[in-house]
Design a protein around this ligand. Structure first.
Ligand SMILES: Nc1nc2c(c(=O)[nH]1)N[C@H]1C(S)=C(S)[C@@H](COP(=O)(O)OP(=O)(O)OC[C@H]3O[C@@H](n4cnc5c(=O)[nH]c(N)nc54)[C@H](O)[C@@H]3O)O[C@H]1N2
Ligand SMILES: Nc1nc2c(c(=O)[nH]1)N[C@H]1C(S)=C(S)[C@@H](COP(=O)(O)OP(=O)(O)OC[C@H]3O[C@@H](n4cnc5c(=O)[nH]c(N)nc54)[C@H](O)[C@@H]3O)O[C@H]1N2
Ligand SMILES: [Mo]
Length: 767
């Protein structure tokens, strides 16, 4: 007898068909017009390969505890221990470090996407546990967006414009006449949404945009960043130079007197500073089409023509999150705001600027206005944090100075790291540097269902179950639905749910009652759902089904806002609707940043050369973009079908322009070596004219597989090559997309990287 179990992941909702404890099929969610193919990867979780099957401890750590040789991480064998023994060790370390060094010495930033379940949310439960025993050092911002929201909080008063509350796409599809897409608007990334998604809407809106004959310009090094049926004009820009294009466009508009002076006067502050820079006062270089052309590699005539059209048509600028994952990543977000202000259509339907459309499935879709289900981290006894991507800096420089959002700060001295639901050996830049930093803490605990590269490098590994082995619910601040996540199969091996693990740990730390508040799994799921349901009823007169109905049918619609025009009220009357900025207005010239005097984030949007880019490349260097993988979410389900479909020889494919391939003697399908001063990796060449000349694109997410002896990383993990510096002294975001590399054909048989990873894993598992 087949049972049907509603479930959900970050890439969408689906029904699992289960027969005698085995998943025999996956059906897409009936209300989803464009389901993701990734739903068919989910049954791979039920396979024991690469799963952590029981708690275990690294041999050297078990013998010598905090005095162990930390270079044994990832090399020494693990020893199996009972759950009780493992949790005693974990509780003992928390107590020891707290007593000897203070709770700020415990790093539990634990960044990562974990499962989309809001109840068993691993990093939230970790923080909840630690907040009950004195706190921890956490993180602010995300790898996705950091430089962007930091500059927008300062210039727009909050970061809603990059969190899905700029103009919604339904309204853009009806009103815009010119749409300039900086980066992407792609189903590849819109498949995913943090916390799950019911209906994928991006394609629906793009089809409407095509139907209305909107002029679409794609500014990107990759032609595939919009579906080909959109028939956009492709502007193959040099990576990391969009700021110059935006400034050049604004400069041309101002030079021809087409700027909306009334909007600039009423709704912005500091525009004199910005306009003077556009005119070239100070540096003697007017920001015009010729200037922008030299930097971006785009034709000046096209830039000039677009500058003429933007103020004449209803024009919308969209900027992907990717643009700010770069050195000086604050600037393209701020320069786009400056350009939109000069055009003067902010606050009009289909006009202005917005960030992150299609970066996640919910951005640009009608957005939730209710309360999304979430476990509380409880209140923080200490406020110790780092900007999320400064992890290696922190571990390598305890006590070292840095700045963030205008504040001078110091790194804490970390002794204990606890990671639950994230994979830093996937997500962080310059993994060879992280490997060194990883030898600094006395103890590292990793809680994950999978034996990731991070789990391999732990002292204590705790096996969490995957979402299909427990009950949960999905939903987030952008969701159109709250979705049930029913348990489909029994936990594998000795795996336990994240809640059970932290509940047991709280017991050992003497705080279980405050941790669980007397509720069990289903008690919590019901409670979280009811909180959202009551909120919808009381604040929006919106009736969601009762819990039983929700759980049986698997979904409940949430109240949403459609046809949204960002800053419409502010535009009407800025004094009555002030922004939370230094002036109450949109900041184009900043007194605060002028006072701070940072060289890498000045008082107005500006072109500042990144540390690495094609304008300063040596002969033979290419700009590496490491974008999101089509066939998986980050490093998750890396060996499932959709992910393997993107690999050749068990390794990731790097896209190369035919001209760049041929001068290097590289043929499609050939194994290549990518390298720079930070590291080297192998990949399989994919030769295509969809990528701009001078640019190489290697997706993220291959499981870090360093060669045994000296040699390149084998799986095609771009983060052995990427640059680990903050976006600026202000934002401190990650700079993943600022990276030059060299590429050559690789001679010899490199083996299948997936098998090599697994062989290494087998070598460190208990005998
Ligand atoms: N070069 C480069 N690097 C990048 C980026 C880039 O563009 N370029 N993008 C960055 C971005 S935007 C992001 S968001 C990060 C993503 O980085 P991460 O979020 O760290 O990546 P994931 O692979 O999603 O890691 C999630 C981990 O949670 C585990 N997990 C899944 N379900 C559960 C569960 O139920 N319980 C527990 N305990 N664990 C679970 C998975 O097995 C996996 O190990 O990567 C960043 N890194
Ligand atoms: N399938 C799948 N979907 C995902 C994810 C995943 O892992 N898999 N990850 C999710 C997460 S956590 C996030 S944060 C989002 C990220 O969403 P995005 O940041 O929007 O996605 P990316 O794929 O990193 O980049 C999109 C495109 O930006 C272009 N680009 C890069 N640098 C530049 C530049 O300097 N200028 C211009 N004009 N274009 C540039 C590249 O061509 C790239 O293909 O994706 C989410 N969606
Ligand atoms: Mo992200």
């Amino acid at each position: 007898m087949i049972t049907r179990v509603p479930h959900c992941s970050h890439w969408g909702a689906y029904t699992l068909l289960v027969d005698e404890g085995r998943i025999v099929g996956v059906e897409p969610f009936a209300h989803d017009p464009a389901p993701s193919e990734l739903i068919h990867s989910v049954p791979a979780w039920a396979s024991p390969e690469r799963r952590v099957m029981r708690p275990m401890v690294r041999e050297g750590w078990l013998a010598d505890r905090q005095h162990s040789d930390r270079r044994g991480r990832g090399r020494e064998r693990f020893v199996p221990v009972s759950w009780d023994a493992a949790l005693d060790l974990v509780a003992g370390e928390i107590r020891r470090v707290s007593a000897d060094h203070g709770n700020a010495a415990i790093f539990a930033g634990s960044y990562g996407w974990t499962s989309c379940g809001r109840f068993h949310h691993a990093s939230t439960l970790l923080k909840r546990t630690l907040n009950l025993v004195g706190g921890f050092t956490g993180h602010v911002d995300t790898y996705s967006i950091a430089a962007g929201p930091v500059i927008l909080r300062h210039t727009l008063g909050d970061d809603r414009a990059c969190g899905g509350q700029a103009n919604t796409l339904d309204s853009i599809a009806e009103h815009s006449q010119t749409l300039v897409v900086f980066g992407a608007m792609s189903p590849r990334t819109a498949q995913s949404e943090a916390g799950g998604i019911g209906a994928h809407h991006l394609e629906t809106y793009l089809r409407r945009i095509v139907e209305r004959g909107v002029r679409v310009i794609l500014v990107s090094p990759l032609k595939d960043d919009l579906p080909d049926w959109v028939a956009a004009e492709w502007w193959p820009i040099r990576p990391n130079t969009d700021t110059a294009l935006m400034l050049g466009l604004a400069g041309e508009i101002v030079r021809s007197g087409q700027q909306e002076s009334d909007f600039l006067a009423r709704c912005t502050s500091g525009s004199e500073l910005y306009l003077a820079y556009l005119r070239g006062e100070g540096d003697g270089r007017p920001k015009d089409a010729e200037w922008a052309s030299t930097i971006t590699g785009l034709p000046a005539e096209a830039i000039r023509a677009l500058a003429r059209d933007l103020p004449r048509t209803r024009s919308m600028l969209t900027v992907s999150w990717s643009l700010q994952r770069a050195h000086h990543g604050e600037q393209p977000f701020w320069a786009a705001l400056g350009l939109a202000a000069v055009i003067g259509q902010i606050g009009r339907p289909g006009g202005g600027v917005g960030y992150g459309y299609g970066s996640l499935g919910g951005v640009g879709a009608p957005f939730a206005i209710g309360k999304s289900p979430a476990m509380s981290q409880l209140s923080k006894p200490i406020n110790s944090f780092i900007p999320v991507a400064r992890i290696s800096d922190m571990l390598l420089n305890p006590g070292g100075p840095y700045s963030y959002e205008g504040e001078d700060r110091r790194y804490p001295d970390i002794r204990l790291v606890y990671w639950a639901g994230g994979n830093p050996f996937h997500h962080h830049q310059d993994l060879n540097r992280l490997s060194e930093a990883w030898t600094r803490p006395e103890t590292i605990i990793v809680q994950d269902p999978m034996f990731t590269a991070t789990a391999k490098r732990a002292d204590i590994v705790l096996p969490a179950s995957t979402s299909i082995e427990r009950n949960d619910l999905a939903g987030n601040k952008r969701s159109d639905f709250i979705l049930a996540m029913g348990q489909a199969i029994a936990p594998l091996g000795e795996a336990r749910s994240d809640f059970d693990i932290f509940n047991a740990l709280s017991g050992k730390l003497g705080v279980a009652a405050a941790f669980n508040e007397g509720r069990d799994e289903m008690g919590w799921i019901r409670h979280l759902y009811e909180e959202s349901r009551n909120h919808a009823q009381q604040h929006h007169h919106f009736e969601m089904p009762d819990f039983e109905t929700f759980w049986a049918q698997g979904h409940a619609p949430c109240p949403v806002q459609r046809d949204h025009t960002y800053l419409a009220a502010f535009r009407e009357d800025p004094e009555a609707h002030p922004l939370d900025t230094e002036s109450g207005l949109i900041v184009l010239g900043s007194a605060t940043l002028a006072r701070l005097g940072y060289a890498d984030c000045g008082p107005h949007p500006a072109w500042i050369e990144p540390a690495e880019w094609l304008g300063r490349a040596q002969a033979g260097e290419l700009h590496l973009i490491s974008h999101q993988p089509k066939g998986r979410l980050h490093s998750q389900l890396e060996t499932a079908e959709a992910s393997l479909a993107g690999k050749r020889e068990g390794r990731e494919q790097v896209m190369l322009h035919p001209g760049d391939a041929s001068v290097r003697g590289i043929a499609d399908g050939q194994t290549v070596r990518l390298w720079n001063a930070r590291g080297a990796c192998l990949a399989t060449a994919q030769v295509t004219d969809s990528v701009a000349a001078g640019v190489a694109i290697l997706p993220t997410g291959a499981w870090f597989t360093p060669a045994e002896a000296e040699g390149p990383e084998l799986s095609g993990n771009p983060n052995v090559l990427t640059l680990d510096i903050g976006s600026s002294a202000f934002g401190q975001g990650c700079s993943a997309h600022t990276c030059l590399v060299r590429i050559e054909a690789h001679a010899g048989d490199a083996g299948d990287a997936v098998r090599i990873y697994d062989a290494h894993l087998a070598a460190i598992l208990p005998t």
